[in-house]
Structure formats: structure tokens, C-alpha cells
Design a protein around this ligand. Structure first.
Ligand SMILES: Nc1ncnc2c1ncn2[C@@H]1O[C@H](COP(=O)(O)OP(=O)(O)O)[C@@H](O)[C@H]1O
Ligand SMILES: [Mg+2]
Length: 501
């Protein structure tokens, strides 16, 4: 069997880390091979080695049957390898055509542009990229820019294309389109190495899958011989219950009540919703339909011009964020970096954010340092934050551990209501499972939870009731399990399921 790519026993050290520990990878001709693993498992490093950006400390690389040593990216290109990085490498002020040809001109760039227009156009058309070669790259959507990057590698004769987490920057719609394009590339004989940590993408596109964990191979298998649950187990190293049934819980009295607020400039009618103690109400919807407004109005980060918001029967419509937190509202913001933490501050300092006036931490304006330290230590334990020292900078933690600190801070104040906005965005599977179980614990402890998430699976999985938001209005409100995902999707797109439009 000859392979498009073979990497044998690749080892790569960085100061203090073994990023790749005797890793093996074999990619067949004309296959889509997913390199799957959690953040920090060495996927990017392995691909940088393959592309010649890094030299391995040990190991062998064979491209199309030919062993290569000490190569550079330009050698890799000559051997038919293309790589599309997580951050695009395009020149914004130039056109699509100029970007494709740039750095690969044989003579005068102007002549090259003229002579190769048709060639680039033909390539773009074969794969249905829908690109206008004369548009300026700056004016393109992220999805389109990514196509320019693919076109660039094809123009250079790539046979094997490496894509590093290509869907991280895309909308769900753009992801679907990319998967179609990758299918087209394969049909034309290309091999694709697709790096991801997302299981449903892997199951949707891969022919074969290599799973890495902590810099080592776990397994390589055919997609048809596996499923998302098993892949999760290989990735995390223990059984992960992705479809755990969280059961039901009897709700209590209304805690949070939105009465006639306005979320979207297109709303014809206002937004009304009650959230009871002991229930999770999930908001489903395409982003931009009022989710951000709901988040900001709930926490007093935006002025409420219409209607009112009641917390435990008390009008909080015009209260400050701090006042709301004192009234026992917890908040997990969608923008973790902007709203939830200061990256340069320590974990203890971040544990204090928004609660610095609580008597627990403050004595007539003087910080009770020891109390804060003890509180932080306890929470680090209770929330299994992977860190040794509460004085460590929070910015140095992984996304999952940062989110655990934020959860710990908000939950430890024993809120009656908690707003969880995009609570598991960008987290590893293990951390997602952790966040979910904490939200369920809150529900089971009779807290009211509002979950806003762009991940429909997450909303359907966790919520006791689901409200579908479209242009700022609730177009469907149903109990867990009453509606199928497809029907929810139709409501999200502004259709009435079962009604022809
Ligand atoms: N240039 C570098 N210098 C030092 N350490 C690095 C470098 N690149 C990656 N690492 C470390 O190597 C490990 C693997 O990283 P990476 O290959 O980026 O993982 P992945 O792509 O799977 O998220 C991580 O611990 C990371 O911090
Ligand atoms: Mg990476």
C-alpha cells in the first residue's frame, strides 16, 4: 500500500513539553483523514512538522513514497503539500486573483495575472467556489477567504491539503458549505488532512480518523467502524456521557419575569418569558436574533427602554449590574474575555470580580486577603481547576479552566437565578461535560437558569423548556422532548413547520 503521507515515530520537544511523542500517521490517497484531539494534544505541531515549518527531534516523513529530511515549506509545496493555517495568510488590500498568484509568479506579475486569469477561474469553477476573482479580499466573508486559501494551494498544485481547525471561524451554514467543497476535492483525487476537536464534523466528513491524546497516538480507525461516543472516549481517555439523561425536576415559583421588553428592531411583538425556580429555560435561535440584547438587558448592561424585568417579584429593570448580582443573579457571559475576567489578574483576583464589596471579602473597604485566598483554594478544589497556585495569571489557563473559575465564582455566591450565555463555547469535551453537570446541579437545587447558546444540541439537551427566538420574538415555546431538532431548525429560520411558505 502506498500512502500520500506517512509520518513515523515523530517526536518533538518544546521547552518543558513533549508536543509529539512517537506519533504515527498514514494518509491514503484520495481520503479525508481527520486528526482528532483536544486542545494542546500536538495536532498543529505534527502538521507544522509535516509542512516543514518545524524540524522533528526524531522520526521519518515520507511523502508520496519518498523520504524527506530537513525540508522547508517550499520543498513541501513542490511535493504537492498545501497547508491552510488557523489564521489566514492573505493580503486584504489585494484582489482574489492577486492573492492566488502572489508569491508564485514566474515573470512579471501583471503579465502573470493576465495570462493566468482563466486558469484560476477554471480551478475556482471546478470546485464551485463562487469566487469573483476581482473582488478585494478585505470585502469577503471569512468563509470566502478560506476558499481563496484553498484555491491558492490548488493553484500551486497541491495534492494533499492540510486544514487546521478550518471550521472554528465559520458559521454553521459555512461549515456545511465547506464540507461539500471538501467532498469535491476528494472526488478530484485530493487527500485532505482535517484537524478538528469536533466529533460531529468528524463523523460527517472523515474516511479515516487518527485520534491523538497528550501528544500520543490513541487509535486510527475507519469512520464507519466508530461513533461519536467512542471517539469522545478515545479523545478524553475516559467514558464521556454525551447523551446523559438529566431527568426532570419539578419547577417552583417564578423567579425571573420578562414583561414586554424589546429585543430586536424587527420585532413586531415584545418579548415575554417567565423562568421558574428549578428549571432551565434554553434560548434557541440563529445568532443575531436578540440573544445579545437579552443577555445585556438581563444583566443591566444595556438600557431597557420598553417593558420591565422582575426578579422574585421585584422590579430590577433599571438596576445596575452590581445591584443585580447582590440580589443573587449569577452571570456567565458569552464573551469570557471581555466580560468575565481580566487576563493579567490572578485567579484569586478574578474570583473577586463583581463581588468585591461582599462582606465575605471586604471589611469597610479593606480586602480580606486571607479569606479571598481560602475561598479561591476551596473553589479550585471544588471545581477541579487544573492549577497549583491561586496567584497564577488566569490568562495562562486553558479555556476550560478559565470557565471553571468563572463558574466557581458565580455559583459559590449561591444565586437564585443564573444566566449562562454560550457556557461551553470553545471548551474541550471534558470541560463541556463539567459545565453541563454544574448547570443541572443548579436546576436540581431549585435555581432558575436561563441558557443562551448558539449550539442547538446543547440547548435541546439541557433545557426543561426551550424558547425559539426569531427577530426578537419567541416563535415557539415547548417542553423538553416535545419538538424534534428539525422542527426547531425551521422555527429558527422563520418558518412554521408543517405550513408551506
Ligand atoms: N512553538 C512552541 N513553543 C513552545 N511550545 C509549543 C509551541 N507550539 C506548541 N507548543 C506546545 O505543544 C503542545 C501541543 O500544542 P499544539 O500542537 O498547538 O496542540 P493542538 O494543535 O493539538 O491544540 C502544547 O502544550 C503547546 O503549548
Ligand atoms: Mg492546534
Amino acid at each position: 500500500m502506498s500512502f500520500a503521507i506517512e509520518m513515523k515515530d515523530i517526536t518533538k520537544y518544546f521547552p518543558g513539553v513533549v508536543a509529539n511523542d512517537h506519533v504515527n500517521l498514514q494518509v491514503k490517497n484520495q481520503e479525508i483523514h481527520c486528526l482528532l484531539g483536544e486542545n494542546g494534544t500536538g495536532k498543529t505541531t505534527l502538521m507544522n512538522i509535516l509542512f516543514g515549518l518545524y524540524q522533528p527531534n526524531e522520526g521519518t516523513i515520507i511523502i508520496n513514497g519518498q523520504e524527506i529530511n530537513g525540508h522547508h515549506p517550499k520543498d513541501a509545496l513542490k511535493m504537492g503539500l498545501g497547508m491552510i493555517h488557523q489564521h489566514f495568510m492573505l493580503v486584504d488590500r489585494l484582489s482574489v486573483l492577486e492573492n492566488v498568484i502572489l508569491g508564485f509568479e514566474v515573470g512579471d506579475i501583471h503579465l502573470d495575472l493576465k495570462n493566468n486569469y482563466l486558469k484560476v477561474k477554471a480551478l475556482s469553477d471546478i470546485y464551485n467556489f463562487g469566487l469573483d476573482l476581482n473582488s478585494k479580499v478585505a470585502d469577503l466573508s471569512v468563509g470566502m477567504k478560506q476558499r481563496v486559501e484553498i484555491l491558492k494551494t490548488l493553484y500551486r498544485g497541491a495534492n494533499t491539503i492540510i486544514m487546521d481547525e478550518p471550521t472554528a471561524v465559520l458559521t454553521p451554514q459555512e461549515v456545511d458549505e465547506l464540507l461539500v467543497i471538501l467532498g469535491g476535492l476528494k472526488a478530484q483525487g485530493k487527500s485532505i488532512i482535517f484537524i478538528t476537536h469536533k466529533l460531529h464534523e468528524t463523523m460527517a466528513i472523515a474516511d479515516r480518523i487518527t485520534v491523538l491524546r497528550k501528544g500520543k497516538n490513541v487509535i486510527t480507525l475507519d469512520r464507519k467502524d466508530t461513533n461519536a461516543d467512542d471517539l469522545a472516549m478515545y479523545m478524553v481517555g475516559r467514558h464521556v456521557n454525551l447523551k446523559q439523561d438529566y431527568g426532570t425536576h419539578e419547577p417552583g415559583p417564578c423567579i425571573m419575569s420578562y414583561q414586554g421588553i424589546r429585543l430586536h428592531k424587527k420585532s413586531k411583538s415584545p418579548f415575554n418569558l417567565d423562568i421558574r425556580a428549578g428549571e432551565i429555560v434554553g434560548i434557541a435561535g440563529v445568532e443575531g436574533h436578540g440573544q445579545m440584547e437579552l443577555e445585556e438587558l438581563t444583566m443591566g448592561l444595556m438600557k431597557c427602554k420598553e417593558g420591565r424585568i422582575l426578579l422574585k417579584g421585584q422590579d430590577i429593570t433599571h438596576d445596575s449590574t452590581l445591584a443585580r448580582k447582590r440580589e443573587k443573579m449569577g452571570y456567565i457571559p458569552s464573551d469570557r474575555h471581555k466580560r468575565a475576567m481580566f487576563e493579567n489578574f490572578s485567579i484569586s483576583e478574578n474570583m473577586l470580580l463583581g463581588y468585591q464589596w461582599e462582606p465575605q471579602f471586604s471589611n469597610h473597604g479593606f480586602l480580606k486577603l486571607q479569606a479571598l485566598k481560602d475561598h479561591t483554594r476551596q473553589n479550585i478544589d471544588r471545581f477541579s481547576v487544573k492549577v497549583n497556585d491561586p496567584d497564577q495569571r488566569i490568562g495562562d489557563l486553558s479555556g476550560g479552566n478559565q470557565q471553571k473559575v468563572i463558574l466557581a465564582r458565580e455559583i459559590s455566591q449561591d444565586p437564585d437565578f443564573i444566566l449562562a450565555a454560550q457556557p461551553s463555547r470553545g471548551l474541550d469535551i471534558g470541560a463541556v461535560e463539567f459545565v453541563h453537570s454544574r448547570l443541572i446541579n443548579l436546576r436540581n437545587a431549585d435555581k432558575a437558569v436561563l441558557l443562551i447558546s448558539a449550539d442547538l444540541d446543547e440547548v435541546l439537551h439541557l433545557s426543561d423548556r426551550v424558547a425559539v427566538l426569531f427577530e426578537g420574538e419567541i416563535v415557539a415555546l415547548f417542553n423538553k422532548g416535545e419538538l424534534k431538532k428539525e422542527a426547531v431548525g425551521l422555527y429558527m429560520a422563520g418558518h412554521q413547520p408543517g405550513v408551506q411558505s
